[in-house]
Write a protein that binds this ligand. Structure first.
Ligand code: DGT
Ligand code: CA
Ligand code: CA
Ligand code: ZN
Length: 573
C-alpha cells in the first residue's frame, strides 16, 4: 500500500507527541516535528520521489535516520518504532492532548502528578482547583481547560489539503480506467469546505461492476466496508471514508447536486421545487412519475427557475434567495490573483532564499510578492530588527532593478505586542511598501483585552493589513477571543485590510468572516504565509475560502496590478 505524504506527516507528528509525553530528548522530538513539517510542505509525493531515485537527505532537516524511516513508511505504510512507542504510552494521554488543547509537556505533568488520563478527569481536576495547584500551571490554564474542554471538535475532520490529496489520487486511479465516463468528487470537498468528513465520489460508466472492482482494489484502501453493484464504501488510511456511487447519465446532474449538498441547501432547493409541483431527488427532477430533468446541474437549477449556483455558495446562507433575485456574486477566481502579500525567507524562518521566492512567484505569473519577515519579538524565527530590515530593503531594491514586470514589495509581518503597540518604530514602518501586523504571543487574553489590543494596533496609520486575524489553527488551536464586529467596523473606518491567510492550517479569516467583511466594506488580502516556494501553491485554498465567503474580484486587493493596489493601501490614503 503506497503511503501518502499525509501518512508520513501523521506518523512523525505522533512520534514527536509520544516522545515528548515520554520525556524524551527535546532535540529528537523537534527533529520529528521538523521532518513532518518538511514533508507536509513538499509539492511532490514522497513515494514517487523515492521511485524516481531521489535522495531524501537533500531535504531540509532530513538526515540518514529519518530518510530511512520515511522510506520504511513508504514501503510498508507503518513505522515499527511508532507501534513500540504506542505500546509504552497510555493511549488516553494522546487523546487528551488533542481534546484539551494542551501540549505534551503539560499532559505529562498532569499524568505524572495527578494520574489523569481522560478529559472528564481533567475537567473535574480543573473545577476542583487541582490544576492551578501544580507547579508551572496558572489560573489561566485552569480556566482554559474549564472553558475549552466542551468546545474542541470531537471527531477530527480531515483538512482540505489532505482530503484533496486523497480525492485526487482516487479520482486519477478511477479516471485511468476504460469504460469510466465521468468522475466527480462531490460533498463538502467540492464545496471547498476547510475540513472534510468523508469523500463522496460519483461516476457514470458502462460497466459498474468493473469500476467497483477497480475502486475497492485501490492501493490506499485499508478496509472495504461495503461493496454493492452501484455503491461501495471503503476506508483509506488514515481512517478516511470514501463512498463511490455509479449513477445513470440521465441522473448525473441530479445526483451531483444532491451529493454536493449541503443538506441545508438541498432542502431549500427542494422547497422551491415543491411550489412548482416538482419532486427533486438524487435520481432526477420529476413531475408526477415523469422525469423532466436531471442530466446536468444546470437543468436541476433551471427547473426551479434558478441560475447555476457555484458549489462554494451552497450552504443555505442566502444563495438561493440571491440566485432567485439575480443577485449572485461573481466569485473571485484563482486566475484573478496578481500577487502574494505574505511570505518568509531563509532570513527568518522560511526555507527558501529571497531570490528563490522571487523566481517562484514570477514563474506563477505574479506581478508582485511582498516579503514579510517576522519582527524581532518573534525571536524563535530570528525576527528582524530595524538594521536587518534596512539591509533587506537595499537587497530588494537591487533585485528589483533586475526584474521586468515584477517587483518584490518591501514589507514586514510586524508583531503586535501585548499592549497593542508594534514591534518596530513608525519611522521604519513608514519606509516600507506595506505592513502586515499580526498577533503571535499572548493569544489567550480576555475578549476585551484581545480586541482592544488589535484595535490599538490598527490605530497605527502604517498598518495596512492585519495578518491571520483570529489566530486559529484548524484541528489544533481555537481562535483567540476577539470581537470581530468591532474589529471589522474599525478596519472599515480606517481603510485597513484584513488578511485571509490561505495556509491550509489557518484559513483565517474563515468563510463567514469573509462575508461579514464584504458586507461591512472591509477589503481583503488573500496571502499564503509561504515559508517555502511550494507554499505559494496554497493560494488555491485561500481563493476557495474567499469564494465560500461570497468574495468577488473587487473585494480582494491583490487582484489588482501594483500601481492600483498601492492606491488602495491605507498609507496612500
Ligand atoms: P462532510 O462529509 O461531513 O464534510 O459533509 P458533506 O456535506 O459532504 O455531507 P455527507 O458526506 O454526509 O453527504 C454528502 C451530501 O449528501 C450532503 O452534502 C447532502 C447530501 N445529503 C446527505 N444526507 C442528506 C439528507 O438527509 N437530505 C438531503 N437533502 N441531502 C443529504
Ligand atoms: Ca462528505
Ligand atoms: Ca458521505
Ligand atoms: Zn507569516
Amino acid at each position: 500500500m503506497p503511503a501518502t505524504n499525509s501518512d508520513i506527516v501523521e506518523i512523525f507528528n505522533r512520534m514527536a507527541d509520544l516522545l515528548e509525553i515520554g520525556g524524551d530528548n527535546p532535540f529528537r522530538v523537534r527533529a520529528y516535528r521538523t521532518a513532518a513539517w518538511t514533508v507536509a510542505a513538499l509539492p511532490h509525493n514522497v513515494t514517487e520521489m523515492l521511485a524516481r531515485g531521489e535522495d531524501l537527505r537533500d531535504l531540509p532537516g532530513i538526515g540518514k535516520d529519518l530518510a530511512g524511516k520515511i522510506a520504511e513508511i513508504c514501503r510498508t505504510g507503518t513505522l515499527p518504532d511508532l507501534a513500540a512507542l504506542e505500546r509504552r504510552t497510555p493511549a488516553a494521554l494522546v487523546a487528551l492532548m488533542k481534546t484539551a488543547g494542551l501540549g505534551p509537556k503539560r499532559i505529562k505533568m498532569i499524568y505524572d502528578q495527578l494520574g489523569i488520563t481522560t478529559v472528564e478527569e481533567l475537567h473535574r481536576a480543573a473545577a476542583e482547583g487541582r490544576i492551578s495547584a501544580l507547579r508551572g500551571f496558572g489560573q489561566k490554564i485552569e480556566r482554559q481547560i474549564l472553558e475549552g474542554t466542551g468546545q474542541p471538535p470531537a471527531a477530527e475532520r480531515l483538512q482540505l489539503i489532505w482530503a484533496e490529496e486523497k480525492a485526487e489520487a482516487i479520482a486519477a486511479h478511477l479516471r485511468g480506467f476504460p469504460g469510466i465516463d465521468r468522475i466527480m468528487v462531490a460533498g463538502s470537498y467540492r464545496r471547498r469546505a476547510e475540513t472534510v468528513g468523508d469523500l463522496d465520489i460519483l461516476a457514470t460508466c458502462e460497466a459498474p461492476e468493473a469500476v467497483m472492482d477497480r475502486f475497492t482494489k485501490y492501493g490506499g484502501v485499508s478496509r472495504v466496508l461495503a461493496r454493492g453493484e452501484t455503491r461501495s464504501t471503503v476506508i483509506v488510511s488514515p481512517g478516511v471514508q470514501v463512498d463511490l456511487r455509479v449513477v445513470p447519465a440521465e441522473s448525473f446532474g441530479a445526483a451531483l447536486h444532491y451529493f454536493t449538498g449541503s443538506k441545508a441547501h438541498n432542502i431549500a432547493v427542494r422547497k422551491l421545487g415543491v411550489r412548482r409541483k416538482l419532486k427533486i431527488n438524487e435520481y432526477g427532477v420529476f413531475r408526477g412519475d415523469e422525469r423532466v430533468g436531471g442530466r446536468t446541474e444546470e437543468e436541476v437549477f433551471g427547473m426551479v427557475g434558478l441560475p447555476f449556483i457555484e458549489p462554494e455558495l451552497r450552504e443555505n446562507r442566502g444563495e438561493v434567495e440571491a440566485a432567485a433575485a439575480g443577485r449572485l456574486p461573481k466569485l473571485i477566481a484563482l486566475t484573478d490573483i496578481r500577487g502574494d502579500l505574505h511570505a518568509h525567507t531563509t532570513a527568518t524562518d522560511g526555507r527558501n532564499t529571497l531570490e528563490e521566492m522571487a523566481a517562484a512567484a514570477r514563474e506563477r505569473g505574479y506581478e508582485y510578492l511582498a516579503i514579510t519577515e517576522h519582527s524581532k519579538r518573534v525571536s524563535m524565527a530570528h525576527g528582524f530588527d530595524a538594521a536587518r530590515l534596512a539591509a533587506r530593503n537595499e537587497e530588494i531594491d537591487r533585485l528589483n532593478e533586475t526584474f521586468d514586470g515584477f517587483r518584490l514589495l518591501k514589507s514586514i509581518e510586524v508583531d503586535i505586542l501585548r499592549d497593542g503597540s508594534l514591534d518596530l518604530p513608525d519611522s521604519i514602518l513608514g519606509e516600507l511598501d506595506l505592513v502586515v501586523a499580526s498577533v503571535h504571543y499572548q493569544q489567550n487574553l480576555s475578549r476585551e483585552e484581545q480586541t482592544g489590543r488589535i484595535l490599538r494596533a490598527m490605530d497605527n496609520p502604517w498598518v495596512d493589513i492585519v495578518g491571520h486575524p483570529t489566530g486559529r489553527l484548524i484541528n489544533e488551536r481555537l481562535p483567540y477571543e476577539v470581537d470581530m464586529e468591532r474589529l471589522m467596523a474599525a478596519a472599515a473606518a480606517r481603510g485597513c485590510c484584513l488578511e485571509l491567510n490561505a495556509h491550509p492550517d489557518r484559513l483565517d479569516l474563515n468563510d463567514v468572516h469573509c462575508k461579514m467583511a464584504k458586507d461591512m466594506g472591509v477589503k481583503i488580502a488573500i496571502s499564503t504565509d509561504s515559508h517555502n516556494l511550494g507554499n505559494l501553491e496554497f493560494m488555491r485554498f485561500g481563493v476557495g475560502q474567499a469564494r465560500r465567503g461570497w468574495l468577488e474580484k473587487e473585494d480582494v486587493i491583490n487582484t489588482r496590478p501594483w500601481p492600483e493596489m498601492r492606491k488602495l493601501l491605507r498609507r496612500r490614503k
